[in-house]
Design a protein around this ligand. Sequence first.
Ligand code: G4P
Length: 538
Amino acid sequence: MSEVHSAVHAEPAGVPAQARRRRTFAVISHPDAGKSTLTEALALYAEVIDEAGAVHGKSGRRGVTSDWMEMERKRGISITSAVLQFAYRDCVINLLDTPGHGDFSEDTYRVLAAVDAAVMLLDAAKGLEPQTLKLFDVCRTRGIPVLTFVNKWDRPGREALELLDEVEQTIGLRPMPLTWPVGIAGELRGLVECATGEFTRFTRTAGGATRAEAQQVSEAEVAAAEPEFWPAAKDELALLHEIGAEFDEKDFLAGSATPVLFGAALTGVGVRRLLDALVDLAPPPEARDDAEGTPRPLEAPLSGLVFKVQAGMDRAHRDRMAFVRICSGRFERGMVLTHAATGRPFATKYAQAVFGQQRTTVEEAFPGDIVGLVNAGALRPGDTLYASDPVHFPSIPSFAPEHFAVVRAADAGAYKQFRRGIEQLDSEGVIQVLVSDLRGDQAPVLAAVGPLQFEVVTSRLESEFRAPVRLENLGYTITRRTDEAGAALLAGQSEVEVLTRRSDGAVLAVFSNKWRMETIRRKFEDLVLEPLPAGSER
Ligand code: G4P
């Protein structure tokens, strides 16, 4: 066991005490805001328990280890959710990666079911962007407290007050700056600690090094050294004080206000301060509500929530891995757990920590930690695992799909492989698989949040299952849940189709557009049409 590992798992040994040391969070942002850069910077400033920089399959960063990661690499997108664990101060920080592309927002939604806090990362020049808004909505729905990091302050951008105003006006989240920049975006001189007035100066190190050096200086010194920027910063700080923008823990935890930090991930400015904010402010794991709404105490026997299932992560390991967030108890490798959905035992001999594309064996874990379980053929995202004392956590709702395509085996001889592949991708939650009596099993309908999901399916069916496919796009854009009676009413209507979701048997009506749906709704008074939860139909 490495030194850091032993530090992480050292005393205090009790489960609640270990849980209090955990901070489990994800970064939500629009592509290019700097999520990968920030992740790597956080890892650099903390003691990374296993290797950093293995988070992304981005070009140039790491070698490619699986066929479908090849696709990630080519397109420069990250599909694989990975987990990074750091030790910082006396805490263990679990950073869950979220896919950068909006088409995989369903995966992100599942990741957000496994975190206790989120960092909303904004590009100082761009402010709130569409993908950030969408992901923030998920945080709001789930009641996840959000910290905000305004990134790229080393580059010209917008004014700090204007950005705060945008956050408040657009998403109704009251900003509570913890630090304040001295110097406009692109001319950053340092950061003031809003609560104490302490100033930290950042200077670029000589020789073009990318890391900035931090130095504490007195107010008199900064006033003398920065006559151009200090008075403005002072006025802004006074204004913030007047409007009562001080940090309020209750509002932060309730999701009505967000602590805001400024910095530049690329040069490391403000990154340590963000780590401190996570340790000091982000909530540790708490008792999680089961499906009946009863909290499962942290010290109860082991329980965990499967939030992601993934295959083909590594050529050397063709099996499926389930990512499990520990919710209660102490996990020890080798435990035999019960899979709540089937009542079957699940052995955890091959428990692993997954750091990007690297795997190491996990011996023990505590609430807030993420464990990767291999041979996870029977597990689906949203499933519960427990030891001795049964528990069932609420499943993670599916996104409302907006893109539909019929999929058929291109090669009739590979039909068996095709079926197996579709079944597997469905159970991993890569895409929703819908079937209808009319179309039959040979032509299931794939339903996606974004069209890139189709590409992942096509490429994986071909490379992993040797089952090339043909896709035919269907013009549906909207999904509602209905029932058997609804299915009977809708039969024979144009621009609507009734399909059954394979994973849970839900009866869904898919429509070409909203207007067609409204026309049909008016026609049949008793028709049940319910929106799907967590719909991405903004
Ligand atoms: P993402 O994961 O959110 O998509 O963003 P990523 O970290 O890949 O960053 C996107 C671009 O923004 C990168 O530049 C990165 O270097 C830059 N960046 C991130 N943080 C900062 C910052 O604090 N300041 C400045 N000035 N730039 C930042 P790129 O040119 O697209 O890629 P690269 O060739 O530098 O990797």
